[in-house]
Write a protein that binds this ligand. Structure first.
Ligand code: NAP
Ligand code: G4F
Length: 350
């Protein structure tokens, strides 16, 4: 296919959105991103990509919007006229979804339907063919036995996962009913130094940096025995782009093919700085979930065979990169503390 020139990315301020925008800009795309209004800056992850709209040849354009607001999504599509839409926006925290189930369904589930409807009408009115990528999740497999692949039935175990299953089926239905080039990327967990600080990997590596420098004493976690198939976000957004540049739409599993427990992640991360996790990690039941996904381990054979995709970053390299980055962050915090600033950790970690 000829490469689409204009991409619309919802969730551009998130971990994946920032890596995806980088890759699309590198490939010559014009990138339109949807951002939410917040009372503090929420564009840190894309700060390095920002282009002053007053300059010439600007290729990154930001629009205020929200997946809960269908009118604005329609307006953005009319303005941006994308060739491809990557829907990465979501209330993406599984633990939080137990506390905010309605909101999670509204955004993570119904938000996808709003986008699909807007695209259907846009295509009908203009005759334009727009491709659609949905950020589906391995969380949809829930309690299905590992390894999980394209044929594994879903058994969602959280409001988040239920919302993602709903969205997944809507995407397939728009493909079948209206011929939309619409794909689900079923991505297993992927992390990076840009990961949100309340996801377990980043919570661990942030604590490792801070504990190493004497800024924190303990790390409280929930279920240490849960197993995840962890990869690097940079590698996984490459898979998204390959899927959307493919010849035909479909549903694809993206995974590393290895799984490790939360305990193993913590042990590796503390070992990176010469510490034993057992001296610092304590289990606090407040971080247990009402229903847990015990074991995710993906089979990405289909991605390897169809697109030649395989992850470039190993588990050990991922842990090392995240620890290195958070050690630097802790060093900066130490400087601030010495200058008299209050640098206690913020909010509730989930
Ligand atoms: P993330 O860091 O939490 O980013 C989520 C993005 O969605 C942020 O840009 C956020 O904006 C935006 N957002 C949240 N609610 C919104 C709303 N109501 N309207 C518009 N935008 C909204 O998540 P991520 O790790 O990059 O994941 C990207 C997508 O992949 C998500 O859909 C997630 O569910 C899915 N996924 C992630 C993984 C993973 O392991 N990372 C695996 C499978 C699937 P703010 O910055 O303003 O909060
Ligand atoms: O890092 P987590 O919060 O990620 P989770 O629940 O697997 O969800 C992530 O991956 C999904 C893909 O499978 C995405 F769809 C989703 O958007 C998100 O990116 O938790 C991982 C595991 C869980 O079993 C959790 O119970 O770590 C366990 N855990 C143990 N202690 C903890 C903690 N999780 C968090 N967040 N905080 C803890 O203190």
């Amino acid at each position: 296919m000829t490469q689409p020139a204009v991409a619309l990315v919802t969730g551009i301020t998130g971990q994946d959105g920032s890596y995806l925008a980088e890759q699309l800009l590198d490939q010559g795309y014009h990138v339109h991103g949807v951002i939410r209004r917040a009372s503090v800056f929420n564009t840190d992850r894309i700060e390095h990509l920002y282009q002053d709209p007053h300059e010439q040849d600007v290729r990154l354009h930001l629009h205020y919007g929200d997946l809960a607001d269908g009118t604005v999504l329609r307006r953005i599509i009319e303005t941006a006229r994308p060739d491809v839409v990557y829907n990465l926006a979501a209330q993406s925290h599984v633990g939080v979804s137990f506390k905010t189930p309605e909101y999670t369904a509204e955004v993570t589930g119904l938000g996808v339907l709003r986008l699909l409807e807007a695209l259907r009408d846009h295509s009908h009115r203009t005759g334009r063919k727009v491709r659609f990528y949905q950020a589906s999740s391995s969380e949809m497999y829930g309690s299905a036995p590992a390894p999980q692949g394209p044929e594994t039935p879903f058994h969602p175990r959280s409001p988040y996962a239920c919302a993602k299953v709903y969205a997944y089926h809507q995407v397939i239905n728009y493909r079948e009913a209206y011929g939309l080039f619409a794909c689900n990327g079923i991505l297993f967990n992927h992390e990076s130094p840009r990961r949100g600080e309340t996801f377990v990997t980043r919570k661990i590596t942030r604590a490792v940096g801070r504990i190493k420098l004497g800024l924190q004493k303990k790390l409280y976690l929930g279920n240490l025995d849960a197993r995840r198939d962890w990869g690097h976000a940079r590698d996984y957004v490459e898979a998204m782009v390959l899927i959307m540049q493919g010849d035909e739409p479909g549903d694809f599993v993206v995974a590393s093919g290895e799984s490790h427990s939360v305990r193993e992640f913590a042990a590796s991360a503390f070992a990176e700085v010469g510490l034993d996790y057992q001296d610092f990690v304590e289990v606090d039941p407040r971080y247990f979930r009402p229903s847990e996904v015990e074991h995710l381990h993906g089979d990405a054979t289909q991605m390897r065979e169809k697109f030649g995709w395989r992850p470039r970053t190993s588990f050990a390299e991922l842990v090392a990169e995240m620890v290195r980055s958070d050690l630097k962050l802790a060093e900066r915090e130490l400087v601030l503390q010495k200058a008299g600033h209050d640098i206690r950790t913020r909010g509730t970690s989930l």
